[in-house]
Design a protein around this ligand. Structure first.
Ligand code: ATP
Length: 358
């Protein structure tokens, strides 16, 4: 199966103003489960639509394998139906007058496959997506999650080399979303299909993707494995966008109360140019370890139980600090508590917001 390669891809919807997608360079490797992740309006859907052929590029080139499918330079444009892609968008339009199995069979009929082969394929995907029991029902007789699975089944029946999904789980309740995520992961592992999945939900991206591409303002910020993005964010945007509760970002410059922390950080390591330090809530500790970095005494403002773990919110003047822990808190709101950072959990950023490697 082919890789998808985006080279200097740009999309302007209006002649002046910020591009919706700005000089995007990205390779989606064969067999990858790539999540395009970013806040609303960052250009995720536009990127997916350009891969699908539903939008023309304003600049750059897209290849699927060796085949150029859209290039401004050469004037090539391969229409969507010739790109051998499967698309599932937020609203998963099924044919209302066709039963589930007829819906799934539809694409196979168009391809004029022999009936025995079609029947085998329809049965196979219904089995895999666990919708066999609904074969004779009409879409209106199905729940949202069941319809979602039929939409996916219809897509998989025609064995697309690449599956493009735009927030396909957004209409489902929490339990069903979880189930569908597991299902998508299983499908990916079983079929080996390349999947490009658009979401603004970082939890969804972290749990599903083999690779995440984080976007902001039409620009690619970072591409990497979920763990990489979380533990080695390349800039403040990625550090602050990923993580819930969010990373604690302590400004070092212009913050006199942080002079101690800054001198401690810089006396330990030969680092220059750091203006902020990010510490993930689970990388805060309340117990003094030999190597822990003292952050000062903070007032405990609140404790939020999240079921098996707790989020503790501290304050020191205007500064807020979140700590996430699996240990049942012993302190009470109003108590003053010494907080420390684990040394391996310090993310340093320069004045431009770029990560500084310690
Ligand atoms: P969301 O998560 O809200 O769907 P997104 O990251 O998918 O957002 P896009 O839908 O790709 O973002 O939109 C990127 C930018 O392009 C936005 O500023 C949006 O307003 C603009 N945009 C999208 N489609 C069009 C259009 N057809 N005409 C003009 N502007 C558009």
């Amino acid at each position: 199966m082919p890789d998808i390669t985006l080279t200097h891809v740009t999309k302007n919807y209006v002649s002046h103003g910020q591009p919706a997608v700005d000089d995007l360079n990205l390779t989606i490797a064969n067999g990858e489960f790539m999540c395009l992740l970013g806040p609303s309006g960052c250009g995720k859907t536009t990127t997916l639509r350009m891969i699908a052929g539903l939008e023309h590029l304003s600049d750059g080139e897209i290849r699927i394998g060796d085949r150029v499918v859209d290039s401004l330079g050469s004037g090539t444009f391969v229409p969507p139906e010739q790109r051998r892609l499967g698309l599932v968008f937020q609203s998963y339009a099924l044919w209302p007058h066709m039963t589930v199995e007829r819906n799934i069979d539809f694409g196979l009929r168009l391809r004029k496959l022999p009936e025995t082969e079609r029947r085998a394929k329809v049965n196979d995907v219904m089995e895999k997506l666990r919708i066999r029991d609904y074969a004779k029902r009409y879409p209106a007789q199905l729940s949202g999650g069941q319809q979602q699975r039929v939409a996916l089944a219809r897509m998989l029946a025609v064995s697309p080399e690449i599956l493009l999904l735009d927030e396909p789980l957004s209409n489902l309740d929490a339990t069903l979303r979880l189930e569908m995520r597991a299902e998508l992961r299983r499908l990916h592992d079983e079929f080996g299909t390349t999947i490009v999945f658009v979401t603004h939900d970082q939890w969804e991206a972290m749990t599903l993707a083999t690779t995440i591409a984080v976007m902001s303002g039409g620009r690619l910020q970072q591409v990497g494995a979920p763990d990489d993005i979380y533990s080695r964010p390349v800039n403040r945007f990625v550090a602050e966008f990923i993580g819930n509760p969010p990373i604690n970002m302590i400004e070092l410059g212009g913050n006199p109360s942080r002079g101690g922390l800054a001198s401690r950080l810089f006396s330990d390591r030969p680092i220059s140019g750091a203006t902020a330090v990010g510490i993930r809530p689970e990388e805060i500790t309340l117990t003094s370890r030999v190597d822990a970095v003292p952050l000062g005494a903070f007032r405990l403002e609140s404790i939020m139980p999240t079921g098996g773990s707790w989020i503790m919110e501290f304050s020191l003047g205007a500064e807020r600090l979140f700590h996430a822990t699996h240990l049942r808190p012993t302190a009470k709101p109003g108590d003053m508590v010494e907080c420390f950072a684990m040394p391996e959990g310090l993310h340093l950023f320069d004045a431009e917001g770029r990560r500084i490697e310690a």
